[in-house]
Design a protein around this ligand. Structure first.
Ligand code: UD1
Ligand code: MG
Length: 454
């Protein structure tokens, strides 16, 4: 069978007033990715090559958020909102290019999965002219009802236009439709607005295609996938469903999570099998965790790579550009930013490491700070393999510490240190015998004098 061509028309021109937002609804994120990005990713994963976005505002931002993968994306402005049938026609130019299949879906359904899109297309390949994805629910209020007879879909009735008997139907329109491409414009152009809302209902094409001797079918999908987000509360529900789904996928792929419900993943988080994620860990975008790595509790990680067998936390923060080598360790209350940490190197306690390169097996003592910023520019700190940095050291960048060097605790290092050298940069200790006793006596006398006065 030759590949069927496909255009996906994604409707996203709605006002989204219930979000109470300055931004278009579809720009609000689930797992760090705008909803429109999830929808387009599902479309791409279903093998669709062209996407037509129908938008009402924030055009540039919406198309930027949508275009991450392989699909060619065009945007089409719907200037007046006259209904879903009218919205699809905003993409007339794209549909007219001629496709075997035209998918119509909504931009606010971030939980949709590629297999459901494939199922809608497969029914077209099997001979249907229109396919509608439906779901069953005990709360059908507000949805269009799918009216079937002898296995065929005969009509979609919107709530406001439905009879009492039709309202009792619990099989509802999920809003996802596949239309035979060659007929799509003819069918949609035939839609009128003679209904309770005075809108052009896309759903009318079911009756239109049948009146012309064509066929329509409904396919059931899980309600969860078709959930549309209208409010911030629903956005949080979608987030929870997405998180639960991804945690499950990761655990089944070999990742250990002790309390999965406390681990928050981003849309692009990669965790390899045999990594262990302990409770209360937050992954922002761009993180890869290699096999055997252990993330202890309460870490926040963003745009970083954690090498095989590395360990971080508890309470570690990895900021963008951190790359931890195999078996390295970043311990409690450490912050690492834009730094490469060599194999087996250790930054165990209370440190800030920014704009640094740390060689293999280096040991960074407690409270080490890279002073990477002079108020204007950022500077690099280079620490060679096997270096030992004593506790409470400030490394004033740009500065370079040669391999195997030893930095005495409490040093403020402003100049490069040669390999294998010992660097001390702190005041020399002096001791005054008996002076502590003298100070105590003086202080006690002072206190007595004050009490005598009062
Ligand atoms: C629609 C369906 C209904 C289905 C429900 C599922 C129609 C007539 N009804 O109803 O059968 O059960 O979705 O959620 O299709 N949009 C535009 N421009 C417009 C109108 C809408 O872009 O002029 C977009 C919206 O941004 C939204 C989508 O189309 O993404 C659906 O519109 P909405 O008004 O929510 O339709 P419903 O009344 O929910
Ligand atoms: Mg709706």
């Amino acid at each position: 069978m030759t590949e069927r061509t496909c255009l996906a028309v994604v409707l996203a021109a709605g006002e989204g007033t219930r979000m109470k937002s300055e931004r278009s609804k579809v720009l609000h994120a689930v797992a760090g990715l705008p909803m429109i990005g999830h929808v387009v990713a599902a479309v791409e994963a279903a093998g669709v090559e062209d996407v037509a976005l129908v938008i009402g505002r924030d055009g540039d931002a919406v198309s930027a958020a949508a275009s991450s993968g392989a699909a060619r994306i065009s945007t089409h402005l719907q200037t007046e909102r006259l209904g879903t049938g009218h919205a699809v026609l905003a993409a007339r130019e794209a549909i007219a290019r001629g496709y075997d299949d035209v998918l119509v879906l909504f931009g606010d359904t971030p939980l949709l999965l590629p297999d459901t899109l494939k199922a809608a297309r497969a029914a077209l390949a099997d001979g249907a002219d229109v396919t509608v994805i439906g779901f069953n629910t005990d709360k059908p209020t507000g949805y269009g009802r799918l009216l079937e007879r002898d296995g065929a879909l005969v009509a979609i009735r919107e709530e406001k236009d439905a009879s009492e008997k039709e309202r009792a139907v619990t099989f509802c329109n999920g809003g996802l439709m596949a239309i035979r491409g060659g007929d799509a414009l003819t069918l949609i152009d035939a839609i009128g607005n003679d209904n309770a809302k005075g809108e052009y209902y896309l759903t009318d094409i079911v009756e239109i295609v049948r009146a012309r001797g064509g066929s329509a079918v409904a396919i059931e999908a899980p309600a969860e996938q078709l959930m549309g987000v209208n409010t911030r509360a629903e956005l949080a529900v979608a987030e929870a469903v997405w998180q639960a789904r991804r945690r499950q996928t990761l655990m089944l792929s070999g990742v250990t999570m002790i309390a999965p419900e406390t681990v928050f993943l981003a849309h692009d988080t990669v965790i390899e099998p045999d990594a262990v994620i302990e409770p209360n860990v937050v992954f922002a975008s761009g993180v890869t965790v290699r096999g055997g790595a252990v993330i202890h509790p309460f870490c926040h990680i963003e745009q970083s790579e954690i090498g095989p067998g590395a360990q971080i936390g508890p309470f570690a923060r990895l900021r963008p550009g951190s790359k931890l080598g195999a078996g390295s360790k970043v311990g409690n209350f450490c912050e690492v930013k834009k730094s490469v940490v060599g194999e087996g190197a250790k930054i165990n306690h209370l440190s800030y490491i920014g704009d640094a390169q740390i060689g293999a097996k280096a040991n960074i003592g407690a409270g080490t700070i890279t002073c990477n910023y002079d108020g204007t520019n950022k500077h690099l700190t280079e620490i060679g393999a096997g270096v030992f940095v004593g506790s409470n050291t400030s490394l004033v960048a740009p500065v370079s510490i040669g391999e195997g060097a030893y930095i005495a605790s409490g040093s403020v290092i402003t100049e490069n240190v040669e390999a294998d050298a010992l660097a001390l940069a702190r005041a020399r200790q002096t001791a005054k015998p008996g002076r502590a006793r003298d100070i105590r006596a003086r202080n006690a006398a002072l206190k007595e004098r004050k009490q005598g006065k009062s």
